[in-house]
Design a protein around this ligand. Structure first.
Ligand code: SF4
Length: 440
């Protein structure tokens, strides 16, 4: 179909949402919509949202208000809100905000293009919702349109079968659905043919992937062996599904990056139990030991929530202890944020940690992690790393890229180096990131 219409898609939240926006771009391309970078040029604006924290939703509500300005010049503009926040708020999003025309949840993207067209051409009124969760929708056969970046994000699993008590995901994305391995491998080969050499496999608990005889280790190995694939990453694994076979595959396949994200969430067994994470801190540490025994050079990252209901000073100390024992290369640290509809919001009122305490704990945890991260990264200064160049840096004449371990390096380079690999000597670190020079 000729590309005569224009869509602007703005993405919030996790990598899964980047992948979903690329799927929506694919669904809209089938109807003749090319994606554009400027909302002022668009016939359709799609805001693909996140519901994981209240702050993310507040930002989106503000952005919806701002984008209304484009209606002055284009009264026929359609504004669709998609993703987890759309699913969570549903009809109430239409009542709460002026100017939202379509609210579509994560299982409704196939129908989005038709709904937009029906609305643009007047056969349905504005103010529609597409919110049915579909236990079979894995978007097979819908080709993603990747427009930017050096990574092909490929979703292998949607939804989640866990019920961590702080998390909204199972309620807005439904139960776990895994794609056929052949479909995943076809998509990997197509991404390589389109020039991508870094593949990132996505799933809510990606390593619980199973399809017939295929488990995650087998899928990971097959993806790493596709000709032309130079780097494979995956996110987010669940600590309980780190099998010995998965560790062996990471060790054996040079294309699989020496980087593993292992969300711990807390170091206290009592808190882990209330979170229903289904492991103890000892089991988590045992998983870390197994991973490091198999792949000693691996860089580990994690997610931590502080101030979860019922978290005592001793519980928080156990989290600090976990951070100090594991010494993560990177950690995403958050203060607990209640999400309406999740089980944790129903814990007794006197369990809730006051903001001052949770704020202080967050600062302490960040300081502990940063000190460790600085030590790890200072030890790497002077070494050489292969860096995949992602884009020009803000500083003139520099480019930004990532090492295999996922560490960000800025170094003097040319914009046309984007999507190429350069050997870089790390010359200094700011703590979390590096500066470097091309190795001679
Ligand atoms: S494993 Fe837990 S935290 Fe992760 S998506 Fe599922 S419910 Fe949420």
């Amino acid at each position: 179909m000729p590309m005569t219409r224009r869509a602007f898609i703005e993405t919030y939240g996790c990598q899964m949402n980047i992948g979903d926006s690329e799927l929506m771009a694919g669904a809209l391309a089938r109807r003749g919509y090319m994606t554009v970078d400027d909302p002022a040029l668009a016939d359709v604006i799609v805001i693909n949202t996140c519901a994981i924290r209240e702050h993310a939703e507040t930002r989106v509500l503000g952005r919806i208000g701002q984008l209304q300005a484009h209606r002055r010049d284009r009264p026929d503009l359609i504004l669709a809100v998609t993703g987890c926040m759309a699913q969570r708020l549903g009809d109430s999003l239409l009542d709460r905000t002026d100017g939202v025309d379509i609210v579509a949840g994560p299982d409704s993207y196939r129908a989005l293009g038709a709904m937009i067209d029906d609305m643009r051409f007047g056969s349905v009124p504005r103010g529609q919702t597409l919110l049915a969760l579909d236990a079979t929708e894995a978007y097979e056969g819908l080709e993603a349109v990747r427009r930017e970046g050096v990574t092909a994000w490929i979703t292998v699993q949607r939804g989640c079968d866990h019920r961590c008590t702080f998390c909204i995901v199972p309620y807005v994305r439904g139960p776990e659905k895994n794609r056929e391995p052949e479909a995943v491998l076809r998509e990997v080969r197509a991404a390589v043919a389109a020039g991508f050499t870094e593949i990132s496999l996505l799933g809510q608990t990606v390593n619980s992937y199973r399809s017939g005889e295929w488990d995650f280790a087998r899928l990971l190995e097959a993806v790493a062996q596709v000709e032309g694939v130079k780097r494979v990453r995956f996110t987010s694994p669940h600590p309980n599904d780190v099998t010995d076979e998965m560790i062996r595959v990471i060790a054996d396949q040079p294309a699989i990056c020496r980087q593993l994200h292992l969300p711990a969430q807390s170091g206290s067994d009592a808190v882990l139990k209330r979170m229903v994470r289904r492991y103890s801190s000892r089991q988590f540490l045992n998983t870390v030991d197994r991973v490091r025994a198999g792949v000693p050079e691996i860089a580990l990252s994690t997610d931590i929530i502080v101030g979860f209901p019922g978290e005592s000073e001793e519980d928080f100390d156990a989290t600090l202890d976990l951070l100090r024992r594991v010494r993560f290369d990177d950690a995403f640290l958050y203060r607990y944020s209640p999400r309406e509809g999740t089980p944790a919001t129903r814990l007794p009122a006197d369990h809730f940690v006051d903001e001052r305490t949770s704020g202080r704990r967050l600062e302490e945890a960040i300081a502990a992690h940063r000190a460790i991260q600085r030590e790890i990264n200072e030890a790497a200064v002077g070494s050489e790393r292969e860096v995949l160049v992602e884009r020009p840096a803000r500083s003139d004449g520099d480019v930004l890229g990532r090492t295999e371990e996922g560490k960000v390096v800025a170094f003097p380079g040319l914009a046309e180096w984007e999507n190429t690999y350069r050997t870089v000597r790390l010359t200094s670190t700011s703590g979390p990131t590096f500066r470097g020079v091309i190795a001679s």
